[in-house]
Unconditional design. Sequence first.
Length: 223
Amino acid sequence: MKSKILAIVLGGLLAASLPLGSTSVSLASGKGKSSSKPVETKLQAKLLPAPEASVGDLEGKVKYKKKYSSKKGTEEEIEAKVESSIPNESLGLVDESSAADASFLLTIFQGTTTTEKGHCMLLIKEIEFKYDQGVDLVGMEADYAAKVKEKTPIQGSASLKNKVGTCQAVAMVNNVSTLVDGVPDVNEGDGAAIYALTPIPGVTPLLSGIFQAGHGDDDDDDD
C-alpha cells in the first residue's frame, strides 16, 4: 500500500512541475516521445473539355501525391493521363503514326488565377488496337502520360525520376522566377489545363479541371 501511495504522490509532483501547455508525461510507459508519422496529401483533377474547345474524343486526369516525413524528407509525385481516339482530326491524329509523334502540355495554375506553378510534357505511352472477336479492327486509342517523382531528403540533394514525360516547376532563383526540373507543388483548388503541342500546337486549353482531395478508385501504374 505504501508503494502505491508513493507512486501517486510522485505523479502529482511531476504534473505540478510542468509549465502550462507542456506535453503530459506517461508514468505507465515511461516514454514522452512525440509521434512522427508521415503527413500525406493526395489530390486529383478530372480534366473535361474546355469551353469552346474542339477536342473530339479526348479525356484526361491528373493525380498528385505528396508525403512528408521528419526523418526522410519530402516525396512528390505527379501522374497525368490523356486518352484520345484515333483518328481525331481536330487534333491532327489521323493515324497511328501521327498519334505516336503527338505530345501534350499540362500546366498547373495557382488557384483560379493564371499564375503558372509549373508544367509537364505528356508523351505517347501506348496505342491500343480494338478488334471485333479478335479479328476485325474496329478502333484505336492513343494513351499519353507524364509520371514524375521527386525526392527531397532532410539532408543531401534532391533526386528526380521520370518514368514517362518530364516536369518543371516555377522557382525563385536569385529573386527571378525560373523554371527548374521538378514536380510542381500542387494545392487543393489549383487549376490544371491540357494544351496540344504536336502535331497541331495550341494556345487555348483543350481540357481543364480543378484539383480536389482524394484519388480515384483505379490503381496507379507500378513504379
